[in-house]
Design a protein around this ligand. Structure first.
Ligand SMILES: Cc1ncc(COP(=O)(O)O)c(C=O)c1O
Length: 352
């Protein structure tokens, strides 16, 4: 750490994303990407891309894309939508827009660690509300005077959804701002996107990285009452979504049926993979996401060793060396074929 670095950064690791091996031979089940390619309609656009449009700056307000999102999700207008360089950008904008020094941010535990990392980088206090043994959220909530609450539905890395009765209690805390992170909601049986129409203290975040198979273009969005999106527009970087990404986002939404068909396949693979993992002795919460948390309470091998041995076999899953997750690996749902290879590898590892 340099001597110029802020005191706030002392003791903070920074957010560490999953490994990104580039070799084609690797079975990559560690960062919840979609195993299927995005819609081919994008190729037509990329082949005929106009250099003139690359010469110019993109629309700083991404109006056409925001209109398309509003139309797709049946929202009153594009003013209910803000877009970002992935949902990570949206999360950062939310914190920078709404939190002052001395104010507190909260999330449930365990969850996506970026919320805490960003809060700490800005020097804000952070409180976790512990989930129960089944990774479910229950009141009474322990976030006290927190101003901004991150709720991940379905949660990561468990895949467990938040029940509507509980979510209603959360959203009814009207003095707080609620951010529901729905990065994986397309794989769930229910979602809260349209609750923004009845709760003016609610922001719902989505991403194109998972259900639309577009992690590489970096596109996320949030929906909320225009009173909130107008504040957020003041804080975002001027050109936070580039021209190519704006265009590809519109094309992906025009072909949403295609991504829905991939979601269907992934959900079916998720159920068969879950059964196979349970048969091998794992405990696996019922996931509403495109991943499974496979909990392994036994020794020899421990969960971390399983992760390492899978890696030696060129299968990358995710291991989180943190409280409550030491005995688990998180597995992204790949293709049926990848699932079969994974199960064979696990059988081999566990039989030694
Ligand atoms: C819960 C959760 N929120 C947000 C994100 C960020 O998504 P994006 O790729 O749009 O930045 C992720 C990415 O894995 C995630 O797991």
């Amino acid at each position: 750490m340099s001597r110029y670095c802020t005191n706030r950064l002392k003791g903070i690791e920074g957010y560490i994303p999953g490994e990104q091996p580039q070799e084609q031979s690797v079975i990559k089940l560690n960062t919840n990407e979609n195993p299927y390619p995005p819609t081919e309609k994008i190729l037509g656009f990329l082949k005929n891309i106009s250099l003139e449009n690359l010469r110019k700056y993109p629309d700083p307000l991404s109006i056409e894309l925001r209109k398309k999102i509003a139309e797709t999700y049946d929202l009153p207008s594009h003013e209910w939508v803000i877009v970002g360089n992935g949902m990570d950008d949206i999360i950062s904008i939310v914190i920078r827009t709404f939190i002052d020094f001395g104010e507190i941010i909260s999330a449930t535990y365990p969850t996506y660690t970026l919320y805490e990392v960003l809060a700490k980088i800005h020097g804000y206090d952070f409180i976790y509300h512990e989930l129960d043994d089944n990774f479910e959220l229950h009141p009474p909530f322990l976030w006290g005077k927190s101003k901004l609450i991150f709720i991940t539905h379905p949660n990561a890395p468990s895949g467990v959804p938040v029940h509507p009765v509980v979510m209603e209690k959360v959203c009814n805390e009207k003095d707080k701002l609620i951010f529901i992170d729905e990065a994986y909601a397309e794989f769930s049986e229910f979602n809260y996107l349209r609750w923004v129409l009845k709760y003016s203290n609610l922001i719902v975040g989505r991403t194109f990285s998972k259900s639309f198979s577009l992690a590489g273009i970096r596109l996320g969005f949030a929906v909320a009452n225009p009173e909130l999106t107008r504040d957020m527009l003041k804080v975002k970087d001027s050109y936070n979504v580039n021209y190519i990404t704006q265009m590809i986002g519109i094309l992906a939404l025009e072909d949403i049926e295609y991504s829905n068909s991939n979601i269907k396949k992934i959900k079916s693979t998720r159920e068969s993979l879950r059964n196979s993992l349970i048969n091998l002795g794992f405990t696996v919460p019922n996931s509403h996401s495109n991943f499974l948390l496979a909990i392994w309470e036994k020794e020899n091998p421990k969960a971390q060793e399983i992760y390492i041995r899978l890696k030696e076999k060129n299968i990358f899953v995710r291991y989180f060396p943190q409280r409550r997750l030491e005995n688990a690996i998180r597995i992204t749902i790949g293709t049926e074929e990848q699932s079969k290879t994974l199960i064979e590898a696990l059988k081999d590892i566990l039989s030694r």
